[in-house]
Design a protein around this ligand. Sequence first.
Ligand SMILES: *[C@@H]1O[C@H](CO)[C@@H](O)[C@H](O)[C@H]1NC(C)=O
Ligand SMILES: *[C@@H]1O[C@H](CO)[C@@H](O)[C@H](O)[C@H]1NC(C)=O
Length: 302
Amino acid sequence: MAIHLGWIFSGMLLLVSSFASAKLLMPNNIMDLNVPFATNSFNRKSFPSDFIFGTASSSYQYEGDANESCRGRSIWDTFTQEFPERIADGSNGEMGIDFYHRYQSDLQTVKDMNMDSFRFSISWSRVIPSGKIRAGVNRDGIEFYNKLINATIAKGLQPFVTIFHWDTPQALEDMYGGFLSDNIVNDFRDFAELCFQEFGDRVKYWITINEPHKYSSDGYDSGQFAPGRCSKWVDEKYCKHGNSATEPYLVAHNLLLSHVAAADTYKKRYQVSTKCTFLMDKLLFNPYDISEIISLSLVFKA
Ligand SMILES: *[C@@H]1O[C@H](CO)[C@@H](O)[C@H](O)[C@H]1NC(C)=O
Ligand SMILES: *[C@@H]1O[C@H](CO)[C@@H](O)[C@H](O)[C@H]1NC(C)=O
């Protein structure tokens, strides 16, 4: 299954494009495109018939509605506010591309592109503003994702849902350092379980964690992503807090534990005919010591 899903996601990543540019470029009919390369030798038929084509997105980048509907803050709100100069055009996700209000027409664009699926992520702090389920669930947030899932299905698109796409609730970052602490495992499991309970009747494909490698290395080694932690020897100007030699590993470890906790809950209580994996970015890592390969393959089986 893992390999098959890998295929699906490679396809989805190939076809990722921002809605903003997709909107500008989309002709009324996909066939109107004056495609500057030959499609007679490489086209949809080159793929297995059950290959799923789709586009993908992530909540902070495109939803907008950041201060409304009782959404809590995430580490990306904090990061873009604190370091606007670290974002290419100085923008942030407060408005995104206003998907929160325009999801119907954006989904239509995905459909017009002849896709089979649409992948989006759930903003943890939109459904659980404090990050901790016992402090309360935001029903407006649940309602938004219910409408989005229903609209996706109504357009004939299969929803692929990412539970965590890097936007840790700021409240958990403040409370115990977010993914630096193994306290995150229980809170993540609760969040994932809420998603399975609320949306699992309609969502058949789940991704627990998007690109754990990027989250740990860019957030805690280079400091270029939220929460922007890194050592002074990496960047004298921007690195105020962190330890690039140790923190990426602690965070990667807690991401793996969180994935396992969520996947385990899912398998025990929610799995019917649905699929759950986590999404790896396509980089090849070689173990420092070849004997480590055995333990690595065990991690992937988990
Ligand atoms: C959203 O909240 C942040 C932090 O409180 C504030 O800086 C920002 O101006 C607000 N944005 C809008 C569009 O209200
Ligand atoms: C979504 O669809 C489900 C099942 O089809 C339905 O029970 C529910 O009321 C719908 N929710 C919204 C917000 O449209």
